[in-house]
Design a protein around this ligand. Sequence first.
Ligand code: SF4
Length: 373
Amino acid sequence: MFTEVFEKHDWDEVLMSIYGKTSTDVERALNSRKRTIEDFKALISPAAAPYLEQMAQMSHKITQKRFGKTIQLYAPLYLSNECQNICNYCGFSYDNKLKRKTLTGMEIIQEAEYLKQQGFEHVLLVTGEANKTVGVDYLKNAIRLLKPYFANISIEVQPLDEDEYKALVAEGLYAVLVYQETYHKENYKLYHLKGKKSNFDYRLDTPDRLGNAGIHKIGLGVLIGLEDWRADNFFTALHVNYLEKHFWQTRYSISFPRLRPATGLIEPKVVISDKELVQLICAWRLFNEEIELSVSTRESELFRNHIIKLGATTISAGSKTNPGGYAVEPESLEQFEIDDSRPVADVKKMIEDRGYKAVWKDWEQFTVEKAAV
Ligand code: SF4
């Protein structure tokens, strides 16, 4: 289990080690053929800031070599804003007085038809953590309803047991995103005040259960703004390293959500600048050439326009973060405010204007189809 690896590392020591990296460490990391986790620390450290241009060029080259000039598009499909947990950074938190909504089967289909018309083949189903309303049976039904519409169905929902994941994989589930939010075990409690999500260890072990359940892809990440983003990304990298060794047939993606304004939300404790976020994304690419790097509409138009050439492989477009937000009930309360609100067609055009191709399916299928042509 990853817990055993995790427990060998102390947060404060990791922090000191990252902030103690020098330009010599950064240059060694840049010149290394096979980069280690120590190299990753150097690349995300403040000492690497003056090397950003070089890192960006290297990241661009590696990404293009591995993924071609392509950007994969997906849309989140919020199924429910019901949640039994209290997390003080989230608009869906139980103590937040808002109208709760869970899509019916008919409404799921209405949303699916809207997204299909936009061209999407890859949807990410999102719910709060409300076991009675959006438990495994609800998710199974949603996957069954959506399978005729989409090539790839992923979920970002409450962590489940291994058998439950197996049941969803059997229904055709492709990927699961499960963000640890922060690997700072002590401070994790400050953000997750009530409910199942307050169980740090159960969440930390979720990717192990997913690997055992035979899921195709696992998405990891932290919520940038809670704790030091450098240390948090070191632990994410450690987690990916562990998973790649134990579940080598599974694919992995990383996201970089920044804390965004939402009703009743705490202010970010730590702010990452746009430059630092570019550094982080490039560091990930230099550390792991295979991993998918995803940037959502939480980020601004300007940032997203630039990042597609610097290492990102996957972006969402035209997103709504409220259940029924596309076609059923566009006015319901969103989970967080999005920044890039361009229609899908505009995002696609932006990608093409940069000489890239917008890909609607997941990489694996896209590669298989390309190979078959
Ligand atoms: S982060 Fe997830 S579990 Fe926490 S309040 Fe929001 S929807 Fe619920």
